[in-house]
Design a protein around this ligand. Sequence first.
Ligand code: ADP
Length: 451
Amino acid sequence: MTARLIVVSNRIPTEAEPSGGLVVALHDCLTAQGGVWIGTSGAPVKQPEPELRQIAQGAYTRMVFDISEDEHEGYYLGYANSVLWPLFHRRADLMHVQPEYADHYMAVNTRLADMLADFAQPDDLLWIHDYHFLPLAALLRERGVTCRIGFFLHIPFPVVSDILALPQANELKDWVAAYDVFGVQTEGDVGRVMAHYRDDPDAVFDTQGRMVSLDDGATPRHFPIGIDARDFAALAQAQADAVPLAMTLGQKLVLGVDRLDYSKGLVHRFDGFAAYLEARTPDTPKATLLQIAPPSREDVDAYKDIRTELEQTAGMINGAHAELDWTPIRYIRRNVERDTLASVYRRADVAMVTPLADGMNLVAKEFVAAQDPDDPGVLILSHFAGAAEQLTDALMVNPYDAAEVGEAVQTALTMPLAERKARHARLLENVMTEDIAWWTRSYLGALRGTG
Ligand code: ADP
């Protein structure tokens, strides 16, 4: 009999058939092997119940736990999104360190650990997702839980010197070391996790000096997350001409798709596009940058000014470069349907995926999957996206260097068909092979101790 899988994530789907890559992958694997999915119950409540509540029972069980209004402020908006998120995305300057944030974070994790300790059996597999629950394994071990516990961090792991900005820097070491498998997105992340333990007397190193495990045998390993590439490619093909794009004939389409987040480097991207506009000569193609970026986390302070800054930057660039029949930057501030997104990806000549820090970046993979292999668009990709380790045939850029980004736009717009096809074929091979099903298989193999 296969072990029962227990997945813990902050968000949990409420619909019977969820959509979205990761959610579908977890739903599929829980449906296939049975188990339990545990997450928060949605809107904060006045008085959290001390027990897990079952909300659905089918091929697997869904259970939720409550968060109080104060905990929503402190654990979610505070410690998770105003401390860990900026710190792990190299923006310690945007951290908002408050002792009560850490208290609420620990209170939520402790309550969840109490509930899980009553529930977990020795042969269960526990798979914890993301930075909301870093201390869970340490807390569960204190409560005598012996089953295998794995973690997957969807965001980047910070460098040692940045971690010093976290008041709980020492605790973080213990939190990480308590997992049997500490999964991260990239080899770079594995190196950064290990660097944290360099002076640890219990760290185990191989003959090349690479650390192979932490105190209790925990192993940091990378599992780059993928997308449901086949499904997305089919959707893009079916939607190829579905969306009318009001572009003037002969204009090229450069696309950006992101949540409005400081880690995505949108102002830097606009500056890079402006560098292309400035260097443009009459015989270089005219292109419009279509940036789709709906606001996110507007109740977190650091997100409040991003929109204004971006709109001002776009306004200035358009003011300098627009012509009667050409607006160089178009900015759409709302979410678009998945079908529409697939169609726009396929129509784009170039995608600019230029985050300043990103765990993986699935937009890059979706763009590759959506292309027509006989006439593919070109991916411009930041060194700082986790996807850069796999998608090495993209045009790689340093997002801080506007001139380099501008040149990449020019190169992408004028790239001969043969080179576009060759690069795209290699990118597609990776996106198709290392897809979301591969990721789930690889992670669960490691968690079971068989992979
Ligand atoms: P993050 O998880 O930091 O937002 P990713 O690039 O890894 O970044 O994942 C973003 C996901 O959200 C992708 O699947 C992408 O298609 C989707 N997405 C991003 N922006 C939009 C948008 N404006 N409308 C619809 N979907 C979007």
